[in-house]
Design a protein around this ligand. Structure first.
Ligand code: SF4
Ligand code: SF4
Length: 105
């Protein structure tokens, strides 16, 4: 699987925050949302069926989080650290290659 494109950003932001903490939780480092892992909110998760995917990029384009990136063949990869389970990708996929399934405990 392709490596998350945010790995370098996460490391940079974590390093900068550890050196420059400010009171009041002020966001002052560009791109700092990458350390806020929104996947913990999820109740439903997208389940991807590669056989149905036509690589149209609708899911990649419409995902409101940095939760979908593309692999070397331009297939979507779901990053469950950031996917909050909104279901937009599944709703908009023209071939129904994404199904929302309830998270297991
Ligand atoms: S369920 Fe929502 S947050 Fe998760 S990958 Fe799909 S569009 Fe992105
Ligand atoms: S919207 Fe559906 S068909 Fe298009 S790239 Fe995403 S999973 Fe594949």
């Amino acid at each position: 699987m392709a490596e998350s494109p945010f790995k370098a950003d996460i490391e940079r932001v974590q390093k900068e925050y550890s050196e420059k903490m400010t009171p009041g939780a002020i966001v002052y480092i560009p791109g700092s949302s990458v350390v806020n892992k929104t996947g913990g909110w999820r109740v439903f998760m997208p389940k991807f069926n590669k056989d149905k995917c036509v690589r149209c990029f609708m899911c990649y384009t419409l995902c409101p989080e940095p939760a979908i990136y593309l692999d070397e063949e331009s297939y979507p990869v779901f990053d469950y650290d950031y996917c909050k389970g909104c279901g937009i990708c599944a709703n908009e996929c023209p071939t129904k290659a994404i199904e929302m399934v309830r998270e297991s405990k």
